[in-house]
Design a protein around this ligand. Structure first.
Ligand code: SAM
Length: 289
């Protein structure tokens, strides 16, 4: 794992109004109010390329809600670690999980101080919900972070959520290697849920062009991160895990919420999501296929 201080210290965008932050740009894309002109300018550059990019963020939130409902309900996961949780928005992970199981424990983590402040004020609504400052890339993993370890039982399955996060981790920081280490340390029976921007490359040359344009708008024109990676690259995030049906899929095709009400936008087809399972030693465990 990387040995570097957490970005809470290294790169405290937080409430700095002169630089866009990932969390505030995402908040703006969702129609939130916790953002500044610099964030709006960064996302407006993206909207020039893909006017429906706000729909992409909302689609991502719908996927997150579906996967958490599945995990807390059908899969009976009762402890969650949601890394890169972002600013509070409408319907957050703990609300979905605790609707299924009111004793479900949720630990949110982000490296952005503004998320910590807002998250603690708005999301810590009960003794089973906590918002911790931490970085995905900390030494070892966040599973060993004392603030996280205080709330999660290390020997029981965990639902690890990394939605919309690895697309903001540069290649040089080895996002696949980071995820392999998390998977290695997670207890058997755990799940990993991830969504990320997708470059379909040869799978769809027309969409590939849009993905390249979007990546340039995110990384070159303002925010500085937001990489579109191929399916093969993203499959590496699930090394050591069994991907549940339908595998790594476009978000609206991953256990879709119901019949579509309109055709999908091209930009909405540039995100993949998957749910991986770390098998128990007991092969009699029935895994939905
Ligand atoms: C696009 S938002 C996604 C929010 C939420 N997970 C979702 O999918 O709706 C990404 C979040 O990851 C956080 N983040 C980025 N790099 C991180 C890192 N290395 N460690 C922890 N959080 C990080 C950002 O501050 C931001 O709040």
């Amino acid at each position: 794992m990387k040995s570097q201080p957490t970005i809470c210290v290294r790169d405290p965008v937080g409430a700095d109004t002169t630089r866009p932050s990932i969390a505030r740009v995402y908040d703006y894309s969702l129609g939130g109010k916790d953002n500044y002109a610099v964030d709006r300018a960064a996302f407006d550059a993206v909207l020039e390329v893909a006017p429906g990019q706000g729909e992409v963020s909302r689609m991502n939130r719908r996927w997150l809600r579906r996967v958490v409902r599945y995990l807390a309900g059908s899969a009976e996961i009762d402890q969650f670690l949601d890394i890169g949780a972002g600013l509070p928005t409408v319907i957050n992970t703990h609300q979905v999980a605790q609707q299924e199981n009111r004793n479900a424990r949720v630990v949110y983590v982000d490296n952005d101080p503004l998320c910590i402040a807002h998250g603690r004020a708005l999301l810590e609504q009960n003794e089973n919900t906590h918002y911790v400052c931490g970085d995905l890339l900390e030494d070892e993993t966040l599973l060993e972070n004392p603030d996280v370890a205080d709330y999660l039982e290390p020997d029981r399955p965990i639902g690890l959520i990394v939605c919309g996060l690895l697309q903001h981790v540069a290649d040089g920081l080895d996002p696949a290697g980071v995820m392999r280490e998390y998977t290695r340390r997670l207890p058997a029976g755990s799940y990993v849920a991830a969504t990320n921007f997708w470059d379909p490359a040869d799978e769809n040359p027309e969409s590939h062009v849009l993905a390249r344009q979007l990546e340039h708008a995110f990384t070159g024109l303002g925010l500085g991160t937001g990489w579109y990676r191929t399916r093969e690259q993203q499959l590496e995030y699930f090394d050591g895990l069994e991907l549940l049906t339908p595998g790594l899929a476009e978000l609206e095709g991953w256990w879709p919420p119901g019949p579509p009400t309109r055709p999908q936008l091209p930009e909405e087809r540039l995100v993949l999501g998957g749910l991986g399972y770390k098998p128990l030693p007991d092969p009699s465990r029935i895994l939905p296929r």
